[in-house]
Ligand binder design. Structure first.
Ligand code: ADP
Length: 257
């Protein structure tokens, strides 16, 4: 609580009473803490790849260049860390744009099935490389209200995660379904799953169930935070059901056009 007091004075400045105002600043403090945590996280996430870029470049200049095997190994690390930095910067810029108060999507009637099929073309290769079968289940042709560019972004993030957190040989299914009043987009995998207590946290910026695994998959920890904001901008809903070791299903509900 933030407390402020003021005297109530009668004639000849005699004290008649005191006004005490209690101002509940819990929410304000919470926001301030979230902002500080975010800045600390961003700094850490940016510093880690930069430190390793400098370290490996210095080692190369100090003589590691002469060993051709080592040179290739270090250059690959430098390339991967640079790509991580690039994804992180892209996601940070995207999130900051989406989080702005006046962020608006371009509403139109969208065939979710068409956007899904277009988007999967670029994701099929990624799945194939990991020996994962990525399949579109028979889907509704219903039109949803939304922004095709943003819907594509949500599909990319959810399907990329499904591929990342599913062991080789697994399966990822996507489907558009009608409900009574809405249209749903489902992404289901046979992956590692998420425990019930972690589910509410996965939409937080930089929250990862397993930091090491996320890093290895090239994750920035921002994908689901972006999806959540985009779902909100669509006035939609996102639901998650999951079982450890069995798999996870994300379902986004859109308004029907
Ligand atoms: P990241 O870049 O780490 O994947 P996200 O914001 O996309 O960040 O996801 C947050 C965390 O949620 C991930 O680090 C992972 O622990 C968990 N997660 C997301 N999608 C899945 C999934 N399909 N299966 C299992 N865990 C998942």
């Amino acid at each position: 609580f933030d407390v402020s007091c003021a005297p109530i004075l009668a004639q000849q400045k005699r004290l008649r009473g005191i006004v005490v105002v209690f101002h509940d600043i819990t929410e304000l403090k919470k926001l301030e803490k979230m902002r500080k945590d975010f800045v600390a996280n961003v700094s850490h996430e940016l510093k880690t790849p930069v430190t390793s870029l400098i370290g490996f470049t210095e080692t190369l200049l100090d003589g590691a260049m002469d060993d051709s095997e080592l040179k290739t190994k270090f250059l690959n690390i430098i390339l991967n860390e640079s790509k991580r930095l690039q994804s992180l910067i892209q996601d940070l810029l995207e999130l900051s744009k989406i989080e702005q108060e006046h962020f608006m999507i371009k509403w139109q009637s969208v065939s979710l099935r068409d956007v899904l099929e277009d988007t999967l073309i670029i994701l099929k290769e990624k799945a194939h490389q990991k020996s994962i079968i990525l399949e579109v289940l028979p889907s509704s042709k219903s039109l949803a209200l939304g922004d095709p560019y943003r819907i594509r972004q949500m599909i990319i993030n959810l399907v990329t995660n499904a591929i990342s957190y599913t062991p080789a040989g697994g399966h990822v299914w996507v489907q558009v379904r009608d409900t009574k009043d809405d249209v749903e987009l489902m992404v289901k995998d046979t992956g590692i799953g998420i425990s019930e207590d972690q589910i509410p946290r996965i939409f937080e910026r930089f929250y990862r169930v397993d930091k090491g695994r996320s890093r290895n998959q090239g994750g920035t920890g921002l994908g689901l935070a972006i999806v959540k904001h985009l779902v909100e901008a669509h006035e939609g809903r996102i639901d998650v059901s999951s079982e450890i070791g069995k798999g996870t299903t994300f379902t986004i509900t859109f308004k029907k056009a």
